[in-house]
Design a protein around this ligand. Structure first.
Ligand code: ADP
Ligand code: ZN
Ligand code: ZN
Length: 755
């Protein structure tokens, strides 16, 4: 572990705040009790206690232990005792919330709302689906009839149903513009049926035969047997499973889950929301059937509550979902899997700003469970933990069935410009695209858009304009100014490149839409699809695009990072990465890591099927180590360079970093509060005899968002616990000092983005 420091204020442990009903909305409705001397060391968040309530004795959960009385001390009644009997799962989750509050900084209420599903008092809105009720042949006859009669609305709906079999009710009324009476009419005719369901649709009718259970190959078995042997020996560890793209990690997860179920225990599988596609979900359904439940962000709080009730009742044993699925109330949890563990979405962006990885490790510890973190491109954080011996590293270095990793080639776009090619496609990429199109193979074009608003570079020499005082690139702002987000340095945008004098200077702006147009113009015969934020805004559109492409109804798929996730397209033999260096120059110390991950994952999309894959990386920065190592799919080489850089600059994971944000509506108030906090911290640091680097206060990278001013202070130090202790002290300052009455203070430990 990172040396989490448990700071206890035994002397301040006089009172317990207790909640008596955890299923209602108002978790902040707490009642305060005095802690009798003999219980002082045993009462912690999560402990179930018996308490006097009116003239009855009831049971509640301690959520907070504090030294601050909420009303007249003489009137506070004492806790009767610790409740006898088995420990309910809620105890554990509340204690986890307490741990999160402590280690990430938030109010207890925020932490509780994160871990406990809350039943909404409002009536639940149920999801309605429309399903085709007749056979396809019958439906086609009906469709022909409707078309002949010019019943356009009915024909439209039927056509959609023929493609999809099941449609969301609101999608039909809103997007397809079909009236309620039309739907009712068709229902009466027995063409369709309207169903209300709270749970994820029953997948049985969609069972596909494409994903049979594979016998594990040698490296897969080795991983499974290693973990199983540890579990048999009663050892619970965190494993980092580094398996190249297409090495069969999901099959490993499923085997581990099967063995967990055999022991009558339960499993949680975290998958990034974006990869929570039909295809992924089906693989688990095919293997485990009704024991599986899915959670996604589209569920209403009520539905989430239902899911959790089913988990508690033992109706399901496997929960798949994004970050929040981590809090599924399984009482016999045996395994937590985090797929694509390097993904940013595992870090919460609201308080408590927890990282699912660390919370998973903590929750697993409470349950005696194992954790498996899987990725082709592990986060530098996790790999570092593995190198430190805190995680156990397991590797799968080959694709299944010995399929080769794609060949990869770097194209220096500066040379292209020299040769007079000003198009966004290099000659080499055009040539390869032509070849694949003629062979009826598919192509993916990936536009790296991270940091699009970002840096300014020279298209002739690749020079990126940097702040003279900081190691970050300048960002283009309105009015032709360039600004440093770290120190505020500003200068006008030069007319020519300061390094080579070329006039081709500017922020890279081409979007996917523009690229789509250019592709269509250059390859008029090709069927082109685009996947980006604009084309995936409506529900299911994401799935639809993937499905169309998987069915080979399109030749070229253009997209942002969305397209590199999770999907297997066996007919894709060429991947082109446009603007590979886009993410290299964002002002964030993770820039190289993100770039390496994106490139490796993008390249890994090619050659999943019978034909070998090929990838082209177009860049203005061909020598950059993140680009070079991604080309070679060489994680270790990347890591060696990157960790050297992090060590040199004392960045995480080598040191820990705490970002403190002060926010408020009045600029001077925020500035004053931030200054006070910084002075206070400097005093604290002077006395603790630990080396802590403090920077700030400074404007946040976006100094004002919707009229809220933001100032930041950040601190770096070796021990995570030192930062937690400083955070605790800051919480007192915020409570006691009037300067903070209109200024909120938020904590972000080891931020993963925008820093
Ligand atoms: P990863 O998650 O590592 O990218 P997957 O688990 O998605 O890889 O596996 C890639 C493909 O290989 C999938 O289509 C999967 O069904 C198939 N596969 C996995 N394991 C085996 C195996 N042992 N033998 C044959 N095919 C396999
Ligand atoms: Zn600067
Ligand atoms: Zn230049």
């Amino acid at each position: 572990m990172r040396g989490w420091l448990t700071v206890c204020y035994r002397s301040n442990r006089q009172f317990a705040n207790v909640i008596v009903d955890i299923s209602v909305e108002k978790l902040d409705k707490t009642f305060q009790y005095r802690i009798p001397e003999e219980l002082k060391n045993r009462i912690e968040p999560g402990v179930q206690v018996d308490i006097p309530f009116g003239n009855r004795t009831i049971t509640g959960y301690v959520v907070e232990v504090t030294g601050e009385p909420e009303y007249d001390v003489t009137k506070i009644k004492p806790v009767i005792g610790i409740h006898k009997g088995s420990v309910p799962i809620e105890s554990q989750l509340i204690s986890l919330a307490g741990w999160m509050r402590k280690n990430y900084g938030s109010t207890m209420n925020q932490a509780l709302k994160t871990v406990l599903p809350v039943r909404k008092s409002t009536k639940q809105v149920e999801k309605k689906q429309i399903r085709l009720k007749m056979s396809e042949a019958e439906a086609r006859n009906k469709l022909a009839l409707f078309e002949a009669k010019h019943y356009t609305a009915r024909a439209r709906l039927l056509r959609e149903l023929l493609g999809e079999h099941e449609l969301d009710y609101t999608f039909v009324t809103k997007q397809l513009n079909i009236s309620v009476s039309t739907i009712r009419g068709m229902e009466e005719q027995g063409i369709l049926v309207v169903e209300t369901s709270r749970h994820y649709r029953n997948p049985i009718s969609h069972l596909s035969q494409t994903d049979r259970k594979h016998p594990l190959n040698e490296s897969q078995s080795r991983v499974v047997e290693t973990i199983t042997a540890d579990i048999k020996a009663g050892i619970c560890k965190t494993y980092l499973l580094q398996g190249v793209t297409g090495s069969g990690k999901t099959e490993v997860y499923m085997e581990l889950i099967a063995r967990t179920l055999e022991k009558n225990r339960q499993a949680i599988v975290l998958i990034p929301e974006i990869a929570l596609t039909y295809q992924t979900v089906m693989r688990f359904y095919n293997r485990f059937g009704d024991k599986v439940s899915i959670m996604n962000s589209r569920l209403s709080p009520g539905e989430r509550y239902d899911q959790f009730e089913r988990a508690k009742a033992g109706d399901i044993a496997i929960m798949i979902g994004p970050r929040s699925a981590l809090f599924t109330p399984f009482s016999r949890l045996g395994l937590i899997i985090i797929d694509e563990e390097h993904e940013n979405s595992y870090k919460s962006e609201t308080a408590p700003r927890y990282h699912a990885r660390d919370v998973a490790v903590m929750r697993a510890k409470m349950n005696n469970a194992s954790v498996v973190l899987g990725s082709a491109t592990p986060s530098v954080d996790s790999y570092y933990q593995a190198m430190q011996g805190n995680y156990t590293l397991l590797k799968m270095t080959e694709r299944v069935e010995h399929k080769p990793l794609p060949q990869c080639e770097i194209i220096d776009m500066r040379q292209e410009l020299k040769r007079g090619n000003r198009s966004i496609f290099s000659l080499r990429l055009q040539e390869l695209m032509e070849d694949r199109l003629s062979k009826h193979q598919q192509i993916m074009l990936f536009l790296n858009r991270r940091g699009i608003s970002g840096f300014i570079s020279c298209r002739s020499c690749g020079n990126v304009l940097q702040c003279p005082h900081c190691d970050v690139s300048l960002s283009q702002h309105e009015g032709g100014r360039m600004v440093c987000h770290y120190c505020g340095y500003e200068e006008p945008l030069p007319k020519v490149c300061p390094s080579c004098g070329s006039p081709f200077l500017g922020a890279f702006k081409a979007g996917t839409q523009k690229i789509e147009q250019m592709v269509k113009k250059r390859f008029p015969g090709a069927r082109v699809m685009r996947m980006d934020y604009d084309t995936t805004r409506t529900k299911d559109s994401y799935e639809k695009i993937l499905k169309t492409f998987a069915n080979q109804e399109a030749d070229i798929l253009i997209g942002t990072q969305m397209i590199v996730k999770g999907h297997d397209f066996p007919n894709v033999t060429l991947v082109g990465v446009l603007a590979a260096d886009m993410s290299l120059h964002v002002p964030d110390f993770h820039a190289a890591e993100r770039t390496f991950q994106l490139l490796t994952q993008a390249v890994g999309r090619a050659g999943r099927g019978r034909e070998e894959g090929y990838a082209v990386i177009q860049t203005y920065d061909p020598e950059h180590f993140a680009v070079q190592t991604a080309k070679d799919q060489d994680y270790e080489a990347f890591y060696r360079q990157e960790i050297m850089y992090r060590t040199m600059l004392s960045y995480p994971p080598v040191w820990n970093l705490l970002l403190v944000q002060c926010q408020g509506e009045k600029e001077d108030e925020v500035a004053l509060a931030a200054e006070k906090m910084s002075q206070f911290l400097k005093m604290q640091i002077a006395v603790i005899e630990k080396s802590v680097m403090l920077v700030g206060p400074a404007d946040a990278s976006i100094a004002k968002i919707s009229d809220v001013y933001r100032k930041v202070i950040y601190m770096k130090t070796k021990e995570y616990g030192t930062l937690v202790a400083l955070k605790d002290k800051m919480e007192h300052v915020v409570k006691d000092d009037g300067a903070f009455s209109n200024v909120s203070v938020q904590y972000d430990f080891n931020p993963t983005s925008g820093f």
